[in-house]
Design a protein around this ligand. Sequence first.
Ligand SMILES: NC(=O)c1ccc[n+]([C@@H]2O[C@H](COP(=O)([O-])OP(=O)(O)OC[C@H]3O[C@@H](n4cnc5c(N)ncnc54)[C@H](OP(=O)(O)O)[C@@H]3O)[C@@H](O)[C@H]2O)c1
Length: 341
Amino acid sequence: MRVATTSIPAAAGLRCPPLLLPFSPCAASPRSLRFLRLEQRCSMSVVIANYSCSSSSSSSSGTLNVGAVNVASTGVVGKNDLLIVGPGVLGRIVAEKWKKENPDCQIVGITMTADHHDELIKLGVVPTLRGSPINKFPYLIFCAPPSRTEDYPGEVRLAASNWSGEGSFLFTSSSAVYDCSDNGFCNEDSPVVPAGKSPRTDVLLKAENEALAVGGCVLRLAGLYKADRGAHTFWLGKGTVDSRPDHIVNLIHYEDAASLAIAIMKRNLRGGIFNGCDDQPLSRQELMDCVNRSKRYSKKFLGFTGSDGPLGKRMNNSKTRTQIGWQPKFTSFPQFLGLTD
Ligand SMILES: NC(=O)c1ccc[n+]([C@@H]2O[C@H](COP(=O)([O-])OP(=O)(O)OC[C@H]3O[C@@H](n4cnc5c(N)ncnc54)[C@H](OP(=O)(O)O)[C@@H]3O)[C@@H](O)[C@H]2O)c1
């Protein structure tokens, strides 16, 4: 895939739009700039010019002389280049892993605000704001949550317009879409919540359909966690929680969710629906008992005080594992905490 070749010499007298991006000196790859359309590249060159950086870098396809504000790019999008919509916790782990597997690839991250752009640049991700013009990418992962928009399906549609149709487009959804609230078993083929029953699942299912409609795939993730993020830290922070303790929750470590997402993307599939979970569904009480037994957390969880409300489900994703050839590194939350052999 080729896009227009553009060079932006300092003396060209181009009129640039207002600065779009905060920028760390020396952090961006010149080749990364080729993804951004002319006005953004122009803007970045001005930001770069505002820093005095002693080093210059070059590559076979472009040069960036920081002091001279001279950006040249072939404008070629590589076959493994990745666009991450919502490079938050999951998206950044995906970026790191993808970069390890494809050292020459370029990664662009679309965010809602510029609040974390510095962090992304340090990770080697070129940040850009939602709605900015951008070229089409062969690999695209959508991992922005539904919480920050009134039109989540519309966000997925917008993202899909940045997919070239090659490679893979993966939308990260939630296992909440499965219609099970009696702690029963669920897998990839289980029925989803009927339309109109829950606004939350209505939104998720409509967003999934946007991805599926263009040949994208869907990864329905269980509760994501890492040491300092997830249901366990939320409940630990509260101490006492007015929910029933016997509700079964399903988990997947952020690292495993990222490795599964990448394994799916690498298969270049069209229209697949996959589940992401570990091997061991746990009741809320079992989960927090693990936290209390673990030496990682100094605070103690006091308890669940509720006795009614819907129960959960026991997820299984053996179909996904067989199809994708993937296994989690953290097979269970107790294993992650070092509570098992
Ligand atoms: N957390 C869970 O337990 C769980 C369970 C199942 C599925 N999931 C799904 O897993 C995915 C990853 O979750 P996460 O915890 O990694 O998310 P996260 O860290 O909360 O993601 C935040 C990132 O998304 C960006 N963002 C938010 N809304 C956006 C929008 N409309 N367009 C573009 N960027 C937007 C934010 O931009 P700023 O930098 O401007 O803030 C930030 O970069 C999400 O799709 C989520 O729905 C999560």
